[in-house]
Design a protein around this ligand. Structure first.
Ligand SMILES: [Zn+2]
Length: 242
């Protein structure tokens, strides 16, 4: 079964497109950042897919809003036994209450948080957020310099931040790159995919065929890495495409 991947931007929404031997279009909106993925029958060309997506924009926007609400509501209690992901691996949280500065340690399949007994769930969540940022800050320099030398370019500045609908972004004028803090929960291969993707925007700001060619050349398994970023869809719809 042959598949081919592409990207598309419709009304400012970046969409992952995959062509498959299927009968109908499937559109999914994926947590945690509301990524949109379209699986399309091979016979459909870009224009046909674009038209189908435009028709479904209200539905897509609704799903993205819903997802944002769900993510906000499912804020963690930060108590022992909860699951938290670290570099794509599920860890069981263990909270050890003790005075002093809070810190985290990974011990096998446990993520141990040492924190004062009086720290609230909100404080513990921000401690975890800070820890995730540290993980990224530790991994990113080596990855970025690996690709700086491979591609013969330099990244003058990069920043980690929380983004609602993107894993990464790139300002082509300043060459500043941004990475979503959520990447620390995903497999490191996916982080590398985002690094290469954003650095490829230095050459091509679109997600057109040249961009795809460059990605194929630079990171032949980028589609797999990209798809690993998406969890189970919040919602998926299938309909007859004409
Ligand atoms: Zn992009």
């Amino acid at each position: 079964m042959s598949t081919a991947s592409a990207y598309m931007t419709v009304s400012g929404i970046d969409i992952d497109v995959i062509h498959k031997q299927i009968k109908h279009i499937h559109i999914g909106v994926y947590p945690p950042v509301g990524r949109v993925r379209v699986a399309a029958p091979q016979r459909l060309d870009d224009d046909q897919i674009r038209r189908a997506v435009i028709q479904r924009l209200p539905w897509i926007r609704r799903q993205q809003k819903e997802l944002e609400k769900t993510v906000r509501q499912s804020t963690r209690e930060m108590v022992t036994g909860e699951s938290h992901y670290v570099w794509g691996v599920r860890k069981r949280l263990k909270v050890v209450e003790r005075p002093g500065r809070a810190h985290f340690e990974v011990e096998g399949d446990r993520l141990v948080l040492f924190t004062p007994a009086e720290s609230t769930a909100e404080v513990r969540r921000s401690q975890l957020d800070r820890w995730y940022r540290e993980q990224l800050r530790r991994e990113l320099p080596a990855l970025i310099s690996k690709w700086e030398s491979a591609l013969g370019v330099s990244v003058p500045k990069w920043t980690i931040r929380r983004m609602k609908t993107k894993w990464g972004s790139c300002n082509r004028e300043s060459r500043h790159l941004w990475f979503n803090v959520e990447l620390a929960k995903k497999h490191p291969n996916s982080l590398e995919y985002i690094v290469v993707h954003e650095m490829t925007h230095y050459v091509d700001g679109t997600h057109g065929s040249r961009f795809i060619e460059l990605m194929d050349e630079r990171l032949p398994d980028w589609e797999m890495r990209r798809d690993d970023l998406n969890g189970a869809p919040l919602a998926e719809e299938e309909w007859n495409s004409k």
